[in-house]
Structure formats: structure tokens, C-alpha cells
Write a protein of this length. Structure first.
Lengths: 445, 988
């Protein structure tokens, strides 16, 4: 009996198992490739021109990410504007150092700009890595990609350097498992950035060089290896004055697109559009908006010279805006729409770099000529002050303040001339910061 | 003789036929409630194994003709324990007392995918809710609300008061930080998707920085689609020891839902109509303004506006205007059920139409369920469950935003003296104190989610082999869950924040999401009865297969043409598409042993593979073991008072998948000027990512005293998740900001106590009560990545902080010179509930549910926003008497200390209360004859009162929805509401 049952069970069991097997024809599970995106590995070996061009476009596009926060950081700390927000109190507390508030190393204004710039750096490194690992492009094209990638990488590192200052940046980030050391010394940061720009120059000046890619409208006039190099040299000149290498700056300007004319707006721009996957200008807010607004710091209008057409960079509001004991009657009004381009570097800055380098090298006459281009170009009389270094530096910084208003320079300029204590304080106990703190996640790496 | 055993059965069978023909027996009797002694009309009486059935009449009497001289009669009645009585040829009268299912000891609980065990024999503490507990007291809007505060061992938090639900359910603590921390929902064997899919509001609110969608978009969960009234029973397998048989999907627990099914007997029709209204349950109040206060907070320019408004008596209470709508609630349900011995059916229909406490918000649902059971032959039967749901919810615009456009954010800075009402032409003035005029926003925007969903499952049972010593059953089951969720958010270009160059010139944001889950399973179950049926072995072998597919498309059309809303009537369109594909296969084996109901032991093993793992074809093994000893069933036990004393212990393992896509390092589209570009995603992939593994050990003691009058269940558990999946914040200088890693161990330990009792029971009065107490403590035992903040708004405002040796839900923030310190913990110290049902004179029932959550902090940023906006009701009060007004003090802390924002969120809430009157049977018969079986009227309410010191709208809140562990962040939520109903139900 027992045996019978067990045999019987065995047969039934086998039958049932056969059914189970029928119900589940295969026991393999397919490994599903990413259904949403290409993987980074797909471009690292034998990348095509198309692959690389996508990365170039992505790189240029990425340069615009989180620009709004970057400009709010440097503009608010540099007392160029106030940023009010109905939902974000830290623009008026942390950034202005209200009471005993300090900058946070682990919140959006510190981490987001930092991450956005290094994301682009990573993409340039991907281009550099891919270019070295493909046989599907010509050597001339290779030089073009490298010249582009290294120039943009240098610019992105410079943006983080201006924000972080002595908190440090990393230069070597190619090996993501072994990130390079934190460089806290600002001259060393700038030296490395200048080095990268020079490497890019070498690529762009190779005997055989070609751009197999197109750039956006923001690079109109700077989209061939030759003209892109002028953009590269302009950035190098900016870095040179930051380093105090004034004679070098003058040399570098020669290779740039400097024009000692009132063609102030010639230059390279971040551009925006409503096309799919594109970004909108984050620096644009409608006039007389309420709630979320950018307002000119009252000192901008108060310190202006009558007749200065640069006052049009701000606009009188229908009603003043007040928040956290801060009031302003003027909107920041540089942009008319959310697709207006934002300058990355333009001729007006180059003229001022030229003036600064001339002042610092004692060529006061040349400096005055340059400053007068600025002054007369904006409806003011030529410079009549004394032709000495001290007075002319004041004048140069004043012109930079108005010419480059809300373009991310004021705070950096005052810092490199050690004049942050001259920035206006609105409320007792407010602070003027010199550096943003190193993002939390970079500590101890 | 032994060899011809089957032959004997055959002969016996043939011999029985004449018996059946000749020896019919007629049986009559009365069925009563075992507790109160009252008669039960409508009880189904069936002769097992035949087509013969009857129903008790209004006096509880039945009469039935047996086909043979002997047989077995089954008495079943909704809400009562089914009883089977043997009929011998001599019997002519059988009176039956049915036991109401309050003590739950006889009900069955699931122990495997295809087997169940009597609760009195279970080795796990499985929390269960029946129809009465779910919907018996009042009418919850969605399933979320139906389980809130009722489940021992669960922390259920509503994300907001928005119509259509939105809930976070954590069973026995947080079990995963970045993996799936919400339980798996299985309805009649079909795995039901519970996604929360964003409607893309972030494109307008910018709450989560860039991108079209964020975790702050306040979506509902799709479990809300289910009609709570269709549910017969819900069981909560709270940890791996009970849920191991679900393997990789079960780490956060499994919620097993069984829907109502037809019973043999007379066809029953139940129609019920509820009419009610809803009101906001708490408003923050308004600041009393004076000229000086206006000058200080809103500037000199505002003073004349204020004075003018004051003189004209035009100070408005905008909070009341915005949140003070009285919403009407209508619910109509029709159920028809019945059947014979071969076929049984249940049809349930629901039409629900509810308005919200904000104008132009609301919830509509239509649900149709058809459940069918059919016995094909002696060998085969099948059952079908099917449910079609159409739901639509308008959810308003609440929660955090960075553009000043959500209702609450705009309200927080708007003083009472500004006039925001439309003029005679219907044009709304701009709000000078915020980015948006919230009355205009409310009246012109749309934020709608609409779903069409079908859930269907079929189970076929084959009784392959039956003898008195062994039976073998094959069960094949397949199910599918399909839905299309359309999200539709419309922001016309007339809005203050879209007009005149603000915003994007209008936005029409439309999402189209398809979800298809299919699952297949086959089980072979053998029961072997040995040693005179004193020992039972139940063996289960099975295989499962699950396919999950989701395709989400989100279209953001901006620069709208006039008042047009179609996606093509726009100057710019942006599209996101996300596809999720997952394939899992599993095998399992389980052996259950029952020795005389004295010793019950189980061992099981599940083997799983999944396309979500880095190695898709590596089997993951999840074992489980359990042992229960029923001391009272041993011969030596003579104590009459304690009729059940059960010691139990269970151990099991379960897994939790990495989130989809964790293994890929992708390049994502990043265009400029119409040219296509790619940039590396911010998430760095991990090619070695593997499942989380949870090991849970639970032990308990169950007691039944005085024949089930008092039942006590006590459980302690320790569940530890290793290989915890973490999003490591990698140094952003690498170009990535996050990476999924297996890097930690998280422990949850807790205690659950449940006492249910029937303290009083007489024909005129009955009181059933149930009290639960539960607590959970978590600790990060190991953390292989640096401690990191999560799910808040940074240290300045308070944030969750994952740190070794600390509770996983701790809240840290800056605190003056002390730096970043622990300021609180979101996990409650303990929770308790108190559920009571009273029956007076058999016709009047009264029930209520009190829920007490003790401890647990929220991050209240709503108050910060009203402080900054100068509108806090207690702005000028001085609670600590130091001469500095409250709000100024709190604002001064900004950037110095996050402590003022971390606030205790304890509460005592009367979640449900209901009073019903059943017309006496005799009255019914007098008026309607036998047509009407029952008639019930009642009133009920939901969230009638909440006692709390918390200073926000409600202590139950989650700006980040049900995502991860970061519930309890309060940023201008949709306020909670109170619901009150009048009920009418009639049964035919």
C-alpha cells in the first residue's frame, strides 16, 4: 500500500512538474539594456563623428545649467542685486550673512553650481577619452575636438574657482575613482587653468585642424579653429589678470578678439531657446514681478554717474519690493525675454582687461584711451582724473562695475583687489563672504 | 485487499448512488449569532458536494432536503465564521450558532503563495483587516484612508489632504532608503502597481530645481484606485519572516488583498447611498495687522493700502477663502452576489463623486468588479477576478515651489488688505505681495490625474489526486494589471505668473503613462495525512514569473496660443519619456507540518532572478522557517480559562531590488538651439549592484482566554537589512553626484501588542473592542559611505541624516555654535489605536477608531514661510516673554539654528466614528414583506477631531510624497479635511 501510494504520487508529481515546466518555458531572464538612454561606454570605443558631436552639443548645453544660481551667488554676495523669493529665504539670509547666518556647504547654492560645472568637465573628459580611442575620425578632427574640449574644461574650472576661491577646486578629475587633490591655493588653480587653455591653443594651432562639429549661435564668429582660438585667448587674458600677470595679459589679448572700439557686445554667449530639450534664460525675470524677483542693489543707482546709459540695466519698478528689511525700487533688467543670450565673455570686458593691464604696467595713457572708449561709449565724458595707478584702478573697477553689471564680476574684482570691505552692508551684522564653502561631499575625499 | 483500494472506492461510489436515491433526509433548524443569540436571516446553507442549497428566512429558519441520508451542511454568512455540520440519517433538526469574526482565530491567513493556515495555528503575527474594520464605520475616500491608523506595526502617513489620496505605508519601520520601501500589493493573486507618477508640475513650480517633474509634485498613489468596499479582507505580511515566499519583491512587506466573492444561496442585492460633506479640519489663522505691523512687514508703500482697506472694511481672510470650501460627497454602491454550488458570482459597482475643500478640486471614481467562481468538475475549478476602474482627481496646486505659484506659498506672503478678487469683467488683479494671485490660480488652472485601469486574474485549480491520506492539487494563476494614467496640468497664459513675460507664456503639461504588469504562477500542493490524520504534511512546489512594464511620456507645451490647451497649440514643446522594464522569475518550495494542531512547523525556500540585478541570471535564495507550539492543545493542558496558548517563532529572508536603472551609466539628452546633444547623467551606474537582503526574526505569544472572549497577540521582531542600497553622494567633481551602492546595514526592532475582546455580550448589548500598541526603533548598524543628508532642504532648515549608529529617520540641522546636531526623529515613539464596536438591541451600532501617535518630529517650513511673509497668526505674540515677537525670533534663527523648524508631531485623532440603525426584521417584513432583506441608515465622520500641539495644518504631511523615508516635511500642503456622511443602505 505504502509503496503503491508513493509510486502513484511519483507519477502524479512528475506529471505536475511537466505541467509546471510547460507553464514556464524558459528560466533565463534577459538582461535588459538601458531602454531610455545610450550608455557612456557606447562612446568610449570607436566613437563616430556623430557620437562626438552629440557630446560637443551636450557640453555646450551643459555650460548653461544652474547659471541662475551662480549669478545669484556672485551678484548677491557682491552686492550687485538682491534675490527675493517667496519660498527660499536663504537668498536674503545666508548669502548676505544676515545675523549670524553663514554659508551652508550642503545646500543648493553651494552644491548645484559646483556639480553643474564638473558635469561639463566630465563631458569634456569623455570627449578627450573618446577622441583618443577611435580610428573613425581624422587627426585634424581630433585636434579640433581636443581644442574645444580643453578650452571649455578650463572655463568651467574657472567658474568654480571664482566661486570657491580659497576653499579649493580639483583640477584632475579624469579618473573618477581616484580624484585628484584639492587645490586650495588660488594662484595654483589659475595656473592650472591657464595651462589647460594653452594646451587647447596648441591643438587649435596644429597644422591640421578642423571642427567636425557645429556650435550654437552663441559662438557665431567663433566657430572655426582659428576664431575659437580668439575666444580661448580672451579667456586666457581674463585668467592672466586674475593671476596678476599683466604683461602676459596684454600679449594674450593680441590673440583674442579685442577691438578697441565701442563694439562692446562682440563675444561669446550662452544662448537659450524654447526648442525641445533646450533651456530658458534663468537670469530673466519679468519687470515688476512680485514674489520671485531680482532687484538692483540700491547702491547701483545711487553710485551711478548721471547720464550713464548703463543705468538702463536696471528699471524703476511700479512699486518697491521689500523682504527681510531689504528694499529696492529697481528691477535688474538686463534681459527682455527668457530666450535672450547671456554673455560668457565679450569685448567690453577685454577692453577693461586691456585698461587694467596697462594701468598695472604703468602705461596710463593707453589705459585712459581704453577707459574713455568705455566712458564715451556709454554717454559719459572722457576720464579727467589723475593719471596714476591708484586713481585709475578705482576708475577701472568703477567702470567694470557698471559695464559688467550682473555678469558675475563685481564680487570677484573686489576680492582680487582686496576691497570686499568696501561693499555696502545693508543690515547690521550682515557679512560679505570671500569664498563659498567646499561642498560637503568633497570633504575628506 | 490493499492493492485494490481504488477499486473499493469505486464500488463504494456506485453503492452510494442507490442510497442517495432512496435515503433522502430533510433537515430544518434555526441559525443564531453565537454571542447575542439573535437570529440570523440570509445565512447560506449548502449540502457540500451537491447543488442543493437554501437560505435562512427573516426568523433565521431554514429547511433543506439532503440528496442522501447523510451528508455535510455548510453554514456561511458574511462576517461570520463558516461552520460545517455532519448530518446523520437520524438528524432532522440542526440549530447552528455562528461565531462572528471578531476574534479572528478561525480565519485563515496566508502562509505561502498557495496555502493558508488557521490564524490559531499561524507562526507569524499577520495583521488583518476585514470589511467591517475597513469600511464599516465610515466611508474612506480611497484605500489609503481605509487603512490609516488601523494596522498594528504600520506607520501610515497621508502626504496631503488632496483629493485622490497619496500615502506612505511603512511596515515595521523603514526597510529601504532608496529601494522600494512601500509594500508589495497583491490583489487576488495579481500584483498591483502602486506607482506615484508625477504630473510634471515642476516645469512650472521649479520645486525640485530643474526638470519637468520632481518628487514634490504631490501625485497620488495608484493603490488609491481600488474600491475599499470591494475588499473582503486585507492581510499585512510585515516582514521577511512572513513574506519570504514572495522573495525579491517582499522586503518592504506584502499587502495581500482578497476581494468579496459570491456565496451559494439566494441572490443578494445591496444598494447603498452616502451623502456627505467635507470641510477643512484646521486652519492656521490670520495675523492681526496694525499700521505699524504693516509698515514693518510690508514696507511704507503698503500702509495706505492697508488703511484704505481697513476703512472700507475690506480685510479678507484669504485662508478661509482658499481652503474654506464645503465639498459635497456622493457615493453610490450596488453589489449583487449569489450562486449555486457550481457557480458563484459577485458584482460590485461604485460611483463616487467628491468635491474638495479647495474649489475646483475633487475626486471621481467609477469602479465595476466581477468575480466568478466555477466548479468545472470534481477535478477542476476556476475563479476569476476582474475590476475596471475609471478615476479622475483634481488636486490643485500645493506643496513647495520655487516660483511662488503654489496656493500656499503665495498665500504665505499675502496680507489681508490686498484685494485679489476678480472685477466685473472677470479679470483678476495681480497680487503685489507674491508671484501669483492664488484665487486666479485656483480658478484657472487644472491639475488632473485620470486613470483607466483593468485588473484581472484567473486561478485554475486541478485536484489531481485525492484519497483519504493524500491530496494533490495543481494551481495555475495568471493576472494582469493594466492602466493608462493621463495627467493634465494646465496653466493658461492669463495667469499672473504666466502673463506679461512671466513664466513661459502658459503651459499645458500632459502626461500619458501606460503600465502593464503581468504575473504567472504555477503551484503544486500536496497534503499528506499520516498517523490517523494527526500529522499533516503540506508540500508546495511552485514557479512564478513577473513582468513589469511602464512607459511614461510627459509633454510640456509652453508659449500657448491664446486660450488653447492642445499640445500643438504652442510655441514650444518639450518631451520626456521613461521606460521601465523588469523581468523576474522565481522558484519555490515549502513544507508545512501540523502535528495535532499542537506543533506547527514550516520551512521554505524561494529562488529568484531578476533583470534588475547586475547579474540577471544569478539565483538569489530566500529561506524561511517557522515554528508554533499550541500549548493548550496538548493533553497535559487542563486550564479552562486559557483555551489557546501559543508560542511562535519565525525567521525569513526577503529581497529588495535596486531601483530600475541603477546599473546604467547613461548619457542623457542635453540640447541647445535645436541641435541634439548628450551629457553624462548625474547618476553614476553601478555594474555590481545587487539586491538588498532582509533577515527577519520574530517571536510571539498568542493567548485566547474564555473561549475567544479575549485574544492577546504579542510580537517582538528584529529585522535587519544588509547590502542596503544607498545613493552614495559621490564627490560632484567626478561629474556625477550620485551612485547606487550596496553599502550598509539597517536594523529595525519593534514590539507589537494587540488585544481584542468582547467585554460585554448580551442580546441587548454587545461591545467588541480592539486595542493595538506598536513601536519600532531603527538603527543604521553599518554605513559604508560617508554619513549623508537626505530628503529635506539642507542643514539650515533641517534634514534627514543617514549616519552609522543612529536612527535612520533622525533629523539633523544646524544649531548655533554646536554645529550640525540631531534635532529630532521622524519615527514615532509609539502608536496606539483603539477600535470599538457597540451594538444596542441588535439594531443600533456605534463604532469609533481613535489613533494616537506619540512622538516623531516634522520639519515645519510652512510656518517659516508665513513668518517670512509676515502673515503668521502668532507673528506678534511673545510666547517666551522675552520681548521679541515669536516670528521675529524664529526668523532670526534662520541660518543659525534649524531647531525652530523641527517640531513634535504627536497627535490623538478620532479617525472614524459611525452610528447606524438597522430596521428590525419584523418591521421590514411588515412594511416590505420579504422583498427587503435589510435596511440601514446611519451617520459617520472621518477625522472628526485631532488633538495636537503641532503648529502646521496637520501633523500628517509629506511634501515629498511617499518617496523614501522623508515623510513629515511640511511645505504649504493641501490642508486635511474632515468628512461627514449620511448613509442609507438597503438589501434585497
Amino acid at each position: 500500500m505504502k509503496k503503491y501510494i508513493s509510486i502513484h504520487n511519483y507519477i502524479k508529481g512528475t506529471l505536475a512538474f511537466a505541467l509546471l515546466a510547460f507553464a514556464l518555458p524558459a528560466c533565463e531572464v534577459d538582461d535588459i539594456p538601458d531602454p531610455n538612454n545610450p550608455t557612456i561606454e557606447s562612446v568610449l570605443l570607436n566613437a563616430t563623428v556623430d557620437d562626438l558631436n552629440n557630446l560637443v552639443v551636450g557640453t555646450e548645453s551643459g555650460m548653461r545649467s544652474v547659471l541662475g544660481t551662480y549669478y545669484d551667488n556672485v551678484g548677491v554676495v557682491g552686492r550687485e542685486h538682491y534675490r527675493f523669493s517667496g519660498s527660499e529665504p536663504r537668498f536674503t539670509s545666508d548669502l548676505l550673512g544676515a545675523g549670524s547666518a553663514v554659508l551652508d556647504n550642503n545646500t543648493f547654492y553651494t552644491t548645484n553650481p559646483w556639480s553643474a560645472r564638473y558635469r561639463v568637465v566630465k563631458n569634456t573628459n569623455t570627449i578627450i577619452g573618446a577622441v583618443e580611442n577611435t580610428t573613425l575620425i581624422t587627426d585634424a578632427q581630433k585636434q579640433g575636438y581636443l581644442g574645444f574640449a580643453k578650452t571649455i574644461k578650463a572655463h568651467q574650472l574657472l567658474m568654480n574657482s571664482t566661486l570657491m576661491n580659497t576653499s579649493g577646486i580639483r583640477i584632475e578629475v579624469d579618473d573618477i575613482n581616484n580624484l585628484g587633490p584639492l587645490v586650495e591655493d588660488v594662484p595654483a588653480q589659475l595656473a592650472a587653468i591657464a595651462g589647460l587653455l594653452n594646451e587647447a591653443q596648441a591643438h587649435l594651432q596644429s597644422p591640421e585642424v578642423a571642427f567636425a562639429f557645429s556650435l550654437s549661435e552663441g559662438f557665431t564668429g567663433f566657430d572655426t579653429p582659428e576664431t575659437f582660438l580668439e575666444f580661448n585667448r580672451a579667456l586666457a587674458a581674463r585668467v592672466a589678470v586674475y593671476r596678476g600677470n599683466y604683461a602676459e595679459a596684454l600679449t594674450l589679448l593680441e590673440g583674442s578678439f579685442l577691438e578697441l572700439t565701442t563694439n562692446f557686445d562682440k563675444g561669446v554667449y550662452y544662448v537659450f531657446s524654447t526648442a525641445p530639450g533646450d533651456q530658458l534664460n534663468p537670469l530673466y525675470f519679468a519687470r515688476n514681478a512680485t514674489g520671485d524677483v531680482r532687484l538692483a542693489h540700491p547702491s547701483f543707482v545711487a553710485d551711478a554717474t548721471p547720464g550713464d546709459d548703463r543705468l538702463s540695466k536696471v528699471a524703476l519698478r511700479d512699486a518697491p519690493a521689500t523682504q527681510s528689511s531689504l528694499t529696492s525700487q529697481y528691477d535688474v533688467a538686463l534681459y527682455e525675454s527668457n530666450v535672450d543670450p547671456v554673455p560668457l565673455i565679450r569685448n567690453e570686458e577685454l577692453i577693461l582687461i586691456y585698461a587694467e593691464a596697462k594701468i598695472q604696467t604703468g602705461a596710463f595713457g593707453d589705459a585712459k584711451d581704453a577707459l574713455d572708449i568705455i566712458r564715451t561709449g556709454h554717454g559719459l565724458q572722457p576720464y579727467t582724473g589723475p593719471l596714476n595707478q591708484e586713481a585709475m584702478l578705482d576708475e577701472m573697477l568703477y567702470q567694470r562695475r557698471y559695464s559688467l553689471y550682473f555678469e558675475g564680476h563685481r564680487w570677484v574684482d573686489m576680492r582680487r583687489y582686496d576691497r570686499l570691505d568696501e561693499l555696502p552692508i545693508d543690515r547690521a551684522n550682515d557679512d560679505v563672504w570671500t569664498s563659498f564653502p567646499l561642498p560637503f561631499n568633497e570633504i575628506g575625499v | 485487499m490493499k492493492k485494490v483500494y481504488p477499486l473499493r472506492v469505486l464500488i463504494l461510489f456506485f453503492l452510494m448512488v442507490p442510497f442517495a436515491l432512496y435515503g433522502q433526509t430533510s433537515v430544518t433548524g434555526t441559525v443564531t449569532d453565537a454571542g447575542s443569540g439573535s437570529t440570523l436571516p440570509g445565512v447560506s446553507v449548502v449540502v457540500l458536494g451537491t447543488t442543493t442549497g437554501a437560505t435562512t428566512d427573516a426568523a433565521g429558519r431554514y429547511s433543506i432536503q439532503l440528496p442522501g441520508s447523510t451528508g455535510r451542511l455548510q453554514f456561511s454568512y458574511l462576517g461570520y465564521v463558516t461552520q460545517v455540520v455532519d448530518v446523520t440519517s437520524a438528524t432532522t433538526n440542526i440549530d447552528v450558532k455562528l461565531q462572528e469574526r471578531t476574534t479572528n482565530l478561525q480565519e485563515v491567513v496566508v502562509t505561502g503563495l498557495a496555502t493558508t493556515v488557521k490564524r490559531s495555528n499561524a507562526a507569524n503575527a499577520v495583521a488583518a483587516l476585514n470589511t467591517k474594520e475597513l469600511v464599516g464605520t465610515t466611508n474612506p475616500q480611497t484605500l489609503d484612508a481605509a487603512i490609516s491608523g488601523k494596522v498594528v506595526g504600520a506607520n501610515v502617513v497621508s502626504s496631503s489632504g488632496a483629493p485622490g489620496g497619496g500615502i506612505s505605508v511603512k511596515l515595521r519601520g523603514v526597510t529601504s532608503i532608496f529601494g522600494e520601501a512601500e509594500p508589495l500589493y497583491v490583489i487576488d493573486g495579481v500584483i498591483m502597481d502602486n506607482s506615484s507618477i508625477s504630473g510634471g508640475l515642476n516645469a512650472v513650480t521649479a520645486a525640485g530645481g530643474g526638470g519637468n517633474s520632481s518628487t514634490q509634485d504631490n501625485p497620488s498613489n495608484r493603490i488609491a484606485d481600488l474600491n475599499p468596499d470591494d475588499i473582503e479582507n486585507i492581510e499585512f505580511l510585515k516582514g521577511a519572516s512572513a513574506a519570504a515566499i514572495y522573495g525579491s519583491l517582499a522586503a518592504a512587506g506584502v499587502v495581500v488583498i482578497t476581494t468579496k466573492r459570491g456565496a451559494m444561496g439566494k441572490t443578494e442585492i445591496n444598494l447603498s447611498q452616502d451623502i456627505g460633506f467635507t470641510k477643512v479640519s484646521n486652519l492656521l489663522g490670520q495675523r492681526t495687522l496694525t499700521e505699524d505691523r504693516v509698515r514693518a512687514s510690508f514696507g511704507d508703500a503698503a500702509v495706505p493700502l492697508f488703511l484704505n482697506a481697513q476703512n472700507q472694511g475690506q480685510l479678507f481672510d484669504y485662508e478661509e477663502e482658499l481652503f474654506g470650501n464645503t465639498g459635497m460627497l456622493y457615493n453610490t454602491r450596488l453589489n449583487v452576489s449569489g450562486g449555486n454550488d457550481r457557480t458563484r458570482f459577485y458584482v460590485g459597482g461604485l460611483v463616487q463623486d467628491e468635491e474638495g475643500i479647495i474649489k475646483r478640486t475633487g475626486y471621481e471614481k467609477k469602479s465595476l468588479r466581477f468575480n466568478l467562481d466555477h466548479t468545472i468538475s470534481k477535478m477542476f475549478d476556476f475563479s476569476l477576478s476582474s475590476n475596471y476602474i475609471n478615476s479622475s482627481t483634481d488636486r490643485g496646486l500645493t506643496n513647495n515651489d520655487n516660483a511662488g505659484v503654489s496656493f500656499g506659498v503665495a498665500l504665505s506672503s499675502t496680507p489681508s488688505f490686498v484685494n485679489l478678487f476678480p472685477d466685473e469683467n472677470g479679470l483678476y488683479p495681480n497680487n503685489p505681495f507674491a508671484s501669483s494671485n492664488f484665487l486666479q490660480t485656483r480658478d484657472l488652472i487644472r491639475n488632473n490625474e485620470s486613470t483607466n485601469r483593468f485588473i484581472g486574474g484567473i486561478t485554475i485549480n486541478g485536484h489531481l489526486y485525492e484519497t483519504s491520506l493524500s491530496s494533490t492539487r495543481l494551481t495555475l494563476r495568471s493576472g494582469l494589471d493594466f492602466y493608462n494614467l493621463k495627467t493634465n496640468a494646465l496653466f493658461p497664459r492669463l495667469l499672473q505668473f504666466q502673463a506679461n513675460g512671466n513664466g513661459t507664456g502658459g503651459a499645458s503639461i500632459q502626461g500619458n503613462n501606460f503600465n502593464l504588469n503581468t504575473n504567472f504562477a504555477a503551484f503544486l500542493v500536496n497534503s499528506l495525512y499520516l498517523a490517523d490524520k494527526t500529522v499533516t504534511f503540506t508540500t508546495t512546489l511552485g514557479a512564478t514569473r513577473e513582468n513589469f512594464n511602464q512607459d511614461q511620456t510627459l509633454n510640456v507645451a509652453t508659449q500657448l496660443i491664446g486660450s488653447q490647451t492642445n499640445l500643438d497649440q504652442a510655441g514650444a514643446v518639450d518631451v520626456d519619456q521613461t521606460i521601465i522594464k523588469e523581468r523576474n522569475k522565481g522558484l519555490f518550495f515549502q513544507e508545512e507540518l501540523n502535528y495535532k494542531d499542537q506543533i506547527l512547523a514550516t520551512a521554505g525556500l524561494r529562488l529568484d532572478k531578476s533583470s534588475n540585478n547586475a547579474d540577471a541570471n544569478e539565483f538569489q535564495a530566500f529561506p524561511k522557517f517557522s515554528l508554533a507550539v499550541n500549548l493548550a492543545n496538548f493533553d497535559f493542558w487542563t486550564n479552562e480559562t486559557f483555551n489557546m496558548v501559543k508560542l511562535r517563532v519565525a525567521y525569513g529572508q526577503a529581497g529588495g531590488f535596486p531601483v530600475f536603472g541603477a546599473k546604467y551609466t547613461s548619457l542623457v539628452p542635453f540640447n541647445i538651439g535645436g541641435a541634439p546633444g548628450l551629457i553624462n547623467a548625474i547618476q553614476r551606474g553601478n555594474e555590481d549592484i545587487k539586491q538588498e537582503r532582509q533577515k527577519e526574526l520574530e517571536a510571539g505569544l498568542d493567548l485566547s482566554i474564555l473561549n475567544g472572549k479575549v485574544v492577546f497577540e504579542g510580537t517582538v521582531y528584529d529585522k535587519t537589512v544588509s547590502d542596503l542600497i544607498l545613493v552614495q553622494s559621490v564627490p560632484a567633481s567626478s561629474g556625477f553626484t550620485t551612485r547606487f551602492v550596496n553599502g550598509g546595514e539597517l536594523q529595525n526592532r519593534g514590539l507589537e501588542l494587540a488585544v481584542s475582546a468582547t467585554p460585554l455580550e448580551s442580546p441587548n448589548f454587545k461591545w467588541d473592542t480592539r486595542t493595538n500598541y506598536w513601536l519600532n526603533r531603527s538603527e543604521m548598524k553599518e554605513l559604508d559611505v560617508p554619513a549623508f543628508p537626505l530628503g529635506g532642504f539642507g542643514n539650515t532648515l533641517g534634514t534627514f541624516f543617514i549616519e552609522e549608529g543612529e536612527s535612520v529617520t533622525q533629523i539633523k540641522g544646524i544649531s548655533g555654535d554646536a554645529g550640525v546636531v540631531k534635532l529630532g526623529d521622524a519615527a514615532p515613539d509609539f502608536q496606539m489605536n483603539f477600535h470599538n464596536f457597540f451594538t444596542f438591541k441588535q439594531n443600533l451600532t456605534f463604532s469609533f477608531l481613535l489613533h494616537w501617535k506619540k512622538g516623531g518630529e516634522n520639519i515645519n517650513l510652512t510656518q517659516l514661510l508665513t513668518d517670512l511673509g509676515g502673515t503668521s497668526p502668532d507673528y506678534d505674540d511673545d510666547d517666551d516673554g522675552d520681548g521679541i515677537p515669536n516670528a521675529e525670533e524664529r526668523v532670526a534663527a534662520l541660518g543659525v539654528s534649524a531647531a525652530p523648524f523641527v517640531q513634535e508631531a504627536s497627535y490623538l485623532r478620532l479617525r472614524e466614528v459611525g452610528l447606524y440603525y438597522n430596521l428590525p426584521v419584523t418591521t421590514l417584513q411588515r412594511v416590505f414583506g420579504t422583498v427587503v432583506r435589510n435596511l440601514r441608515v446611519g451617520v459617520s465622520a472621518n477625522n472628526l477631531f485631532t488633538i495636537t500641539d503641532y503648529e502646521g495644518y496637520d501633523p500628517e504631511v509629506s511634501n515629498f510624497g511617499s518617496n523614501g523615508l522623508s515623510t513629515g516635511v511640511d511645505v504649504t500642503p493641501f490642508p486635511p479635511s474632515r468628512r461627514m456622511f449620511f448613509h442609507f443602505a438597503i438589501g434585497f
